[in-house]
Design a protein around this ligand. Structure first.
Ligand code: XIL
Length: 342
C-alpha cells in the first residue's frame, strides 16, 4: 500500500520524471510512480547497446517497447536517454569489419558517421512508426542526444572527453549527433512544423562544479555559434550532502542567458554511510532547498528527473540512501522536503 501523499508532480510546473526499469512498471512500485511522477526515463533501456541483438543487428529493444507502452497506457511523458555516449555502446561501432579499431582515415571516419546516422534514424523511425507524431500522440518528446562528452580534467584545450567517438571524429561527432537527430525528428517525421517537436539536449555530470561547468559552457557556446541544432542543456546533478545547493542554482544561472532550455536529468543526493536518521533529515532539507531552486528557476527548466524511485534501486545506494522513497515505498524526509511540507 502506498501513502496518500501530495503528488510530487503537482508541486512543480514542469514534468517530474523518474528513471525506471521493468521493476517499476508493475505492483506497488508502479502505483507509487504513477502517484508522484508524470515522466519516465529508461534507466538503461534506450542506451546505444540496448538496440542491438547478439548479431549486432538493430531491432526495437523489447524493454524499450514495454516502457513506451507503459507510458502510453498511463499518460506519462518519456524522456529519451541516450542516443550517443562513450559507455554502454557496442564495441563494433568503433571497429572495422575485421574487428580492428577504426582509424582516423577519411574512409573510416565516414564509416562511423554512417553508423551514427543510421543509429539515430533507426531509433527515430521506430518511434515515429509505432507511436505516431512527435508533439502529438508520441509520448517521447525529448532526447539526451550526447551524454558526458566533457572532460573531467582541464588537460585538453577543447575540454572534451577522449572517447572513441572523439578519437575517430573529433569534436565533429557532437555536431553530427545533433544534426542527424534534428534531421530525423524534424525534416523527416514532422516536415510540416517549424518547431521541431522533439527537444534535443546535451547532458553531463558535475556541471555544478566550476571546472567542468566552464568546459561545458564553452562547448555549448561553440555549438550555438556554429548553428548546431541544440535546444537544451542537461544537468545530471548526482550530488551528495557536501555539495551546496547554491552550486545547483549557480549551474542553472550560468546557462540562463543562452538561447537554450535546461533540464535536471538524473538527480540523486547521497547521504554518506552509515545512513542515520540525522543524515536523512539533513537530506530532507537538501531536497527542500533544491526543489525551491527548481521552482524559482522553473522558466529555465524542461523537466526535473530523479534517478530512481526507491533507495535500494539506486545505482549509488552504496553511498547512502540517495532518493525520495525508501524500499517500503514510504516517503522519506527527502520526499517531504521536495514537496516542501514539514
Ligand atoms: C547508470 C544506471 O543507473 C545503471 O543501472 C547502469 O548500470 C549504469 O548507468 N550517468 C548516466 C546514466 O547518464 O545513464 C547512468 O546510469 C548514471 C550516470
Amino acid at each position: 500500500e502506498i501513502q496518500e501523499l501530495t503528488p510530487l508532480k503537482d508541486t512543480l510546473d514542469v514534468p517530474v520524471g523518474v528513471a525506471i526499469d521493468s521493476r517499476e512498471t508493475t505492483g506497488v512500485a508502479s502505483e507509487l510512480l504513477l502517484r508522484h511522477f508524470d515522466q519516465i526515463t529508461g534507466e538503461n533501456y534506450m542506451k546505444p547497446e540496448a538496440w542491438y541483438d547478439a548479431n549486432g543487428q538493430f531491432r526495437p529493444n523489447p524493454e524499450a517497447v514495454a516502457l513506451m507502452d507503459f507510458a502510453e497506457a498511463n499518460d506519462l511523458a518519456v524522456y529519451g536517454h541516450v542516443l550517443v555516449w562513450h559507455s554502454q555502446t557496442p564495441a563494433f561501432f568503433f571497429q572495422a569489419a575485421d574487428g580492428s579499431p577504426l582509424t582516423t582515415s577519411e574512409g573510416d571516419k565516414q564509416i562511423l558517421r554512417d553508423r551514427l546516422r543510421e543509429h539515430i534514424f533507426n531509433v527515430a523511425e521506430w518511434l515515429a512508426t509505432e507511436y505516431g507524431e512527435f508533439g502529438g500522440t508520441n509520448p517521447l518528446n525529448a532526447w539526451d542526444v550526447v551524454n558526458e562528452v566533457v572532460s573531467d580534467g582541464s588537460e585538453y584545450d577543447d575540454g572534451l572527453r577522449r572517447s572513441e567517438w572523439y578519437r575517430i571524429l573529433g569534436e565533429e561527432f557532437i555536431d553530427l549527433s545533433f544534426q542527424y537527430a534534428d534531421e530525423a525528428f524534424n525534416d523527416v517525421y514532422a516536415a510540416d512544423g517549424t518547431d521541431r517537436p522533439v527537444t534535443l539536449f546535451i547532458n553531463d555530470y558535475n556541471t555544478e562544479q566550476s571546472g567542468k561547468q566552464g568546459r561545458y559552457l564553452a562547448l555549448v557556446e561553440r555549438l550555438l555559434a556554429r548553428g548546431v541544432p541544440i535546444d537544451g542543456v542537461g544537468h545530471q546533478f548526482h550530488v551528495s550532502l557536501a555539495m551546496p545547493v547554491s552550486a545547483l542554482e549557480q549551474a542553472i544561472r550560468t546557462f540562463a542567458d543562452l538561447p537554450v532550455t535546461q533540464v535536471v536529468t538524473e538527480l540523486d543526493v547521497t547521504t554518506g554511510t552509515p545512513v542515520s536518521e540525522a543524515l536523512l533529515i539533513e537530506q530532507g532539507y537538501y531536497y527542500r532547498d533544491a526543489f525551491r531552486v527548481f521552482r524559482e528557476n522553473i522558466d529555465e527548466l524542461y523537466s526535473v528527473t530523479v534517478w530512481g524511485l526507491t533507495d535500494g534501486r539506486s545505482w549509488r545506494s552504496a553511498n547512502g540512501a540517495p532518493l525520495l522513497f525508501d524500499d517500503a515505498y514510504q516517503g522519506k524526509p527527502a520526499y517531504f522536503g521536495a514537496v516542501d511540507e514539514e
